[in-house]
Design a protein around this ligand. Structure first.
Ligand code: R5P
Length: 298
């Protein structure tokens, strides 16, 4: 069964690069909106008997899910034998319990929706917090890639005498892995989020690392409040201007400008979400994961 990559709008560059690495065609498609904003989808390339791989990163998921569902259903109707999904950023991972009575636990609801849409899923560093693995909420084969080696390589190449700084206790394991690979020391902060945009952090004593360059490493940069609060404390502690590294460049409205204004020397992300800060390429890791998981029988 020959494979066919099907990029949804905005994911064409990643699909082209994945196609080159995998030796796989990229489908010709047509996506547009009718004047009333309903979605039009057309898959021009024949798909009958092929294994289709949709490429759709899922930041801003509310506006992206419906076209994904339409595309997957259309691929099946047109005879695709398997429909996989490469979603480098996987949304709706954070509301993983009912914090207050009556709340929707959107991580499990979204997982059910995606599991009913695709036959398998490949993603990068999903924000697993109270869930131990994707398989506890997704009932399709799901593989998550770790960006840690790519981030560590970038740090090794680009930062002299780095000190890695993790945002909170739950990041400790992840940051320690990057630190080991980058052969650098690390420290972890204590963070309290009081509301979406009110984040307090406390920085342990970093005086002994004053000759190092702090490298803030986090999985998601959304409002950037976590990084902005940390930058302030590091500056106050007399540290050198920090480098900010995020896996997923979500950047809520105004966040990127606010982070740039907060005094870091550089902001770097992976290409899981297209953004001008993408300097760490994870496409090869995605290609390896697709090759492994797409052998799962349809
Ligand atoms: C939270 O647990 C995550 O690891 C990130 O620290 C968080 O998503 C960053 O969010 P923000 O940029 O809004 O502070």
């Amino acid at each position: 069964m020959t494979r066919l990559l099907v990029p949804l709008p905005g994911n064409e560059a990643l699909a082209t690069r994945l196609g080159l690495l995998l030796g796989t065609d990229v489908a010709e498609t047509e996506f547009r909106h009718f004047p009333d904003e309903e979605t039009y989808v057309r898959i021009v390339t024949p798909v009958s008997g092929r294994s289709a791989v949709i490429i759709r990163t899922l930041d801003r998921p509310d506006e992206k899910f419906l076209s994904l569902a339409f595309t997957a259903a259309t691929l099946r109707e047109l005879g695709a034998r398997q429909v996989g999904l490469v979603a480098p950023y996987l949304a709706y991972m954070r509301q993983d319990r009912r914090f207050q009575a009556g709340e929707a636990v959107t991580s499990t609801i979204f997982a059910k929706l995606i599991s009913g849409t695709a036959d398998w899923l490949v993603t990068i560093d999903p924000h697993l917090h109270r869930q131990s693995s994707l398989s506890s909420i997704y009932n399709i084969p799901a593989q998550s890639i770790h960006a840690a080696p790519a981030i560590a390589n970038w740090i090794k190449r680009s930062v002299t005498l780095p000190l890695l700084v993790g945002p909170d206790a739950e990041s400790a394991q992840w940051v320690s892995e990057v630190a080991t690979l980058a052969e650098a020391p690390y420290t972890v902060l204590e963070k309290t989020r009081r509301s979406d945009r009110d984040v307090r952090v406390s920085v342990p004593d970093v005086a002994r690392w004053r000759d190092h360059t702090p490298v803030l490493v986090d999985d998601i940069i959304s409002t950037a409040r976590t990084m902005i609060a940390t930058l302030g404390l590091l500056e106050h502690a007399g540290m050198k201007p920090a480098v900010c590294v995020g896996v997923h460049a979500v950047f809520a409205s105004g966040a990127y400008d606010a982070l740039r204004a907060a005094g870091c020397s550089r902001i770097v992300t992976t290409n899981s979400i297209t953004h001008e800060t993408n300097e760490i390429d994870v496409t090869e890791m995605l290609a390896t994961a697709v090759s492994a998981i797409a052998t799962v029988p349809a």
